[in-house]
Design a binder for this molecule. Structure first.
Ligand code: SF4
Ligand code: SF4
Ligand code: FES
Length: 237
């Protein structure tokens, strides 16, 4: 914290905490060991507020706020774990599970999937909504990696890591709403794209949507922790 940083005091889940102007609720909560579930957020990437798993309540408003993109202010009172929030988070997960074809038992990320882990953590035992069962493609044209759109939750971590960290900007999002798809370059096959083969997108993908052809099932844990380290090294240069 610099000497000139403007210090703010706020309350999260009844705990008085201090923070610096410009910090997000999520950052301050994590600094104080208060856990808020996230999916699209990944330390080291720009936040986009896409998944809404991190919603919190702020005293004085009926709205829910995404903790990863909401800045703190003096005197703010935040609640991160009410029954209302739990219900919203379970509903978001249900919608994600019904939108595409998440059949965990035959997924390469089974046991290493952030969507699956969150469902377990939040007590999602069944899905009450009808499944859409869309017909989606698998792109296995890359010599090292595969993209399975059936498992994609459109978190855009791959888009951001490829653009912001690798500097290649191979991935993008095409379409709107329920018809959105991640694409490589101008919707070409991944294997024929401008991909540098660095593997960063595969490592940050929270589900089995992007995977390494050489590793499946229990061989397929992902290690997104390289990002904060990489950024630290770059800042130090
Ligand atoms: S492997 Fe290719 S698509 Fe993935 S982050 Fe690296 S350059 Fe981008
Ligand atoms: S491919 Fe993976 S990282 Fe990319 S948007 Fe889909 S779920 Fe997120
Ligand atoms: S983690 Fe905050 S909206 Fe996804």
């Amino acid at each position: 914290m610099s000497d000139t940083a403007e210090v703010k005091t706020l309350v999260i889940d009844g705990q008085e905490v201090s923070a610096v102007r410009g910090q997000t609720i999520l950052e301050v909560a994590r600094e104080n060991d208060i856990q808020i579930p996230t999916l699209c957020h990944l330390e080291g990437l720009t936040d986009v507020g896409a998944c809404r798993l991190c919603v919190v309540e702020i005293k004085g408003s009926n709205k829910l706020f995404p903790a990863c993109v909401t800045s703190i202010y003096e005197g703010m009172e935040v609640s991160t774990n009410s029954e209302r929030l739990q219900k919203h988070r379970r509903m978001i997960l249900e919608l994600l599970f019904t939108e595409r074809n998440h059949i965990c038992s035959v997924c390469v990320a089974n046991g290493h999937c952030e969507l699956q882990s969150l469902a377990q953590d939040l007590g999602l035992t069944h899905v009450r909504l009808p499944y859409r069962n869309p017909e989606l493609t698998i792109d296995a044209s890359h010599e090292r990696f595969t993209a399975d759109h059936n498992r994609c939750i459109l978190c855009t971590r791959c888009v951001r890591v490829c653009a912001e960290v690798e500097g290649a900007h191979v991935w993008d999002v095409m379409g709107r709403g329920i018809n959105s798809m991640i694409i490589t370059d101008l919707h070409e096959n991944w294997g024929e794209s401008t991909c540098t083969r660095c593997g960063k997108c595969v490592q940050v993908c929270p589900t089995g949507a992007l995977y390494d052809k050489g590793k499946i099932g229990s061989d397929h844990p992902k290690y997104p922790d390289f990002l904060p380290y990489l950024n630290l090294m770059r800042e130090a240069r």
